[in-house]
Design a protein around this ligand. Structure first.
Ligand code: C2O
Length: 546
């Protein structure tokens, strides 16, 4: 195994998109940022230097971070931000994961332009991939673009008690695609050769949208999601939520020509009709080497942007490959949790500053997460500092929602929420089963729920209200898919299981940034285990202070 050492310099970059020029934050002057290409077992050392005018942090999305919670990166959860002019070296070892992950900023909405791929290949001398070796590997990072400075937009929205405005475009590898004005050159192009096989490493780095992804005239075989191998799954459409990755094989077996690849928002909350190309769409071009560069590319037929059934079919059809030595789904559950996820309204306490009564809020079990301001959760836990958080994340019994009328809810206790910093404390190696139930208070919507450090098994999912007696019959405890982000079906539920086998403070949140900032989050406080191998070491010497 190797030590892979890199420098990430975060700074201003002026780019032109959609006929305008905009100053963004970017790593090493690139959008997307540099790809980290490593092998399982490698140790990664990244020197993060903040030359930008903002407080930033960098997170390694999906990495287990065994005994390296200090390097995880979420702002005020495992560290204070790296202030302008400061730096922080993050070091971690990649243990027991292969496939595609990514890294991104984890403060405010800076990840809109501060993100990149993190590719983990099998260790040298192992059997390699559990599928035929592709001729070429291609990262496909899907993103969103705002013409204005997105951090300013988010701050403004926050002060007004609203949510971040919709983006001006979607992007493929940082480019908007030639369907937008002034974007002819700003189009991602992939050249392919007839008969060859391509491994597409697809990452949804968009801030606030799930996406449908297609390539005209071609099909995919999904072989991994969230850096966990799956049984091969054939499909002509990929459905991917922010935070998720999909590794898909594509054989260039079509008539040599030019084909569009396209990503379209999957808007689970809306049923208005979609327009063929608007600011919820992006395109790239797949060109066969022998095809004329001037031929008109073939456009794929995209799903309608509220196709919940299609999304559910894709998400629920995946199963794990379960190779020997891989983690297996816990059959015994120590801790059963029922957790509501959704939007509601803020009820302000007189003592709360900057709180607008009845403004939009989001919560889990009616606790709307407030980031601490003086010290990270992890530092407070490690040093035993009181008053930064409480470990009374509420328990909730199943609550029933009227999904036919999202403005009427049977439990009015959930309509208003207050901000607090509540975490869920568990002992080392606790096995957890969590039922995630979407609410119907302010609309219904599919929320992509992500946990740091732990992959979980998605054992069941469905629409409507969760009912244990019937749901349990559908639990897959044999070969469930393993993920780090699950899109809880809109107006429905998902059941996940995992083992809390790493001491630290691990945020769990909706991977729509707007919802995270509205409070759709909590954290797991996982205690140290009995041995030095299960005890978190002290923070590194350059650990950022607030
Ligand atoms: Cu992609 Cu909290 O992370």
């Amino acid at each position: 195994a190797a030590v892979v050492e890199r420098t990430f310099r975060v700074g201003n970059l002026t780019v032109s998109r959609l006929c305008e020029s905009t100053v963004i934050n970017a790593v090493n002057g690139r959008l997307p940022g540099p790809t980290l290409d490593v092998r399982e077992g490698d140790t990664v050392v990244v020197h993060v230097i903040n030359d930008s005018p903002y407080n930033i942090t960098i997170h390694w999305h999906g990495i287990f971070e065994i005994l390296t919670a200090w390097a995880d990166g979420p702002n005020m959860i495992t560290q204070c931000p790296i202030q302008p002019g400061h730096s922080y070296t993050q070091k971690f070892t990649i243990t027991g994961q292969e496939g595609t992950l990514w890294w991104h900023a984890h403060a405010s909405v800076i990840r809109a332009t501060v993100y990149g791929a993190l590719i983990i290949r099998p260790r040298q001398g192992t059997k390699g991939y559990p599928f035929p070796k592709p001729d070429k590997e291609v990262p496909i990072l899907l993103g969103e673009w705002w013409n204005a400075n997105v951090v300013d937009l988010a701050n403004e929205a926050f002060l007004n008690g609203t949510s971040l405005s919709a983006s001006d475009a979607f992007t493929i590898n940082g480019k908007t695609g030639d369907q937008y004005p002034c974007s002819k050159e700003d189009t991602y192009k992939l050249e392919v050769e007839k008969g060859k096989t391509y491994l597409l490493r697809i990452i949804n780095a968009a801030l606030d949208n799930q996406l449908f992804f297609k390539i005209a005239g071609h099909r995919f075989t999904v072989v991994a999601v969230d850096a966990s191998y799956t049984k091969p799954y054939e499909t002509d459409v990929i459905v991917i939520a922010p935070g998720q990755t999909v590794d898909a094989l594509m054989v260039a077996d079509a008539t040599p020509a030019r084909y569009y690849m396209a990503a379209l928002a999957y808007v689970s909350r809306d049923n208005s009709s979609n327009l063929p190309f608007d600011n919820t769409t992006t395109t790239g071009i797949v060109r066969y080497k022998s095809a004329s560069p001037s031929s008109q590319p073939v456009m794929p037929t995209m799903p309608s942007f509220f196709d919940n059934d299609l999304a559910f079919r894709f998400y629920s059809s995946l199963t794990g490959l379960c190779r020997p030595g891989d983690g297996t789904v816990p059959l015994h559950v120590d801790e059963h949790m029922f957790v509501t996820v959704g939007l509601n309204f803020a009820a302000c306490l007189p003592s709360q500053v900057n709180c607008i009564t009845q403004s939009l809020a989001a919560s889990m079990n009616n606790a709307s997460f407030m980031f601490p301001t003086t010290m990270s959760l992890l530092e407070a836990d490690y040093k035993g500092v009181e008053g930064v958080y409480t470990d009374d994340f509420p328990d909730y019994p199943p609550v029933f929602f009227d999904f036919t009328n999202a403005s009427v809810n049977s439990d009015t206790a959930l309509t208003f929420t207050t901000k607090s910093t509540k975490v869920k404390k568990v002992k080392y190696n606790t096995t957890v089963e969590m039922v995630l139930q979407n609410t119907a208070i302010v609309g219904i919507e599919s929320h992509p729920m992500h946990i740091h450090s732990f992959n979980f098994f998605v054992v069941a999912q469905g629409f409507g209200n969760y009912d244990r007696a019937t749901a349990e019959k559908s639990y897959n405890l044999v070969d469930p898919q393993e993920r780090n982000t699950v899109a809880v079906p809109t107006g429905g539920w998902a059941v996940i299981r995992f083992t809390a086998n790493n001491p630290g403070m691990w945020i769990m949140h909706c991977h729509f940034d707007s919802h995270l900032l509205l409070g759709l989050a909590t954290a797991f406080e996982v205690e140290n285990g009995p041995t030095p191998e299960s005890t978190l070491p002290p923070p590194p010497p350059d650990y950022p202070a607030c």
